[in-house]
Design a protein around this ligand. Structure first.
Ligand code: OAD
Ligand code: ZN
Length: 249
């Protein structure tokens, strides 16, 4: 990216009170986790999401969804946060005294593992199970639960605590994400294709509420034309360069 743009973005960060980083699957690509819609490796180009990642699919055939997510979880457990996640965690340290919120569509838990304190997981997490009826039962998804099982408290199906197609987002988490987006002075969108609502409306709302909108994606998206800065690069390169610039290196 042009040095002039990097300096303009760094200048906005220095002055900002509220900073939001909104992430999607592209951020975890450098960890070796496939994205959903990129070319031959895109998860949704290889498996039907209605079968493996929808609520109808789960209620019709729990083991199918369970096994597919268990495979994805094994991959996520095997890999680790990449330079992009680590730079976003470093950005929080650099911006101590300001407020940095990560809003992520990713279910891999890598932002928290990288060290970010405030992470809103609007699509939930693959690391936790819960009772489908929200009776209060939750558990870590550990090695012991390789088959679907009934809730020990109420007998309803237990399922991963992530948002399946056909489901609503968690109200509390999504309202917090909306509030942070509306208050943002600068809003980074990294590694997302903006195809899944309602998460995709957060950057637009942030922009209407006055945030400077920065997109980081090697390819143009539907957000590109409304973004103030559209950075054609990978997440790791950009956030590493931004941190170095803010640290005066
Ligand atoms: P997508 O797979 O739709 O989009 C990934 C985006 O990341 C694309 O625009 C790529 O160009 C970009 N990308 C690829 N490599 C990158 C890199 N190294 N650095 C930066 N960007 C890169 O993934 P999402 O937008 O996250 O829903 O998908 C949104 C939702 O759709 C997901 O949360 C999931 C899925 O169905 C649920 O799990 C509910
Ligand atoms: Zn229950």
């Amino acid at each position: 990216m042009r040095a002039m743009n990097l300096e303009s973005i760094a200048a906005i960060v220095r002055e900002a009170r509220d900073i939001v980083v909104f992430s999607g699957a592209g951020l975890s690509a450098d960890s070796g986790i496939p994205t959903f819609r990129d070319g031959a490796t895109g998860l949704w180009n290889n498996v039907n999401p209605d079968e493996v990642a929808s609520i109808e699919g789960f209620l019709r055939n729990p083991p199918r969804v369970w096994n597919w997510l268990l495979q994805l979880k094994a991959l996520i457990d095997d890999r680790r946060p990449n330079a992009g996640h680590l730079a976003i965690a470093r950005l929080e340290q650099i911006c101590a005294g300001q407020r940095l919120t990560v809003i992520t569509q990713n279910i891999d838990g890598y932002h928290a593992r990288a060290g970010n304190a405030e992470v809103l997981e609007v699509h939930g997490t693959i690391h936790r199970l819960r009772c489908h009826r929200y009776c209060g039962f939750v558990a870590n998804w550990d090695q012991g639960s390789s088959n679907p099982f009934a809730c020990p408290a109420c007998g309803s199906p237990v399922r991963p605590d992530l948002v399946l197609f056909g489901e609503m987002l968690d109200d509390e988490v999504f309202s917090a994400a909306e509030t942070r987006s509306m208050n943002a002075d600068i809003f980074f969108c990294v590694g997302t294709s903006f195809t899944v609502q309602p998460a995709a409306r957060l950057p637009v709302w942030a922009k209407y509420a006055g945030a400077a909108l920065v997109e980081i994606n090697p390819h143009p998206t539907s957000l590109t034309e409304v973004a103030d800065y559209s950075v054609r690069s990978g997440a790791s390169e950009f956030f590493s360069a931004l941190c170095a610039r803010l640290e005066g290196k």
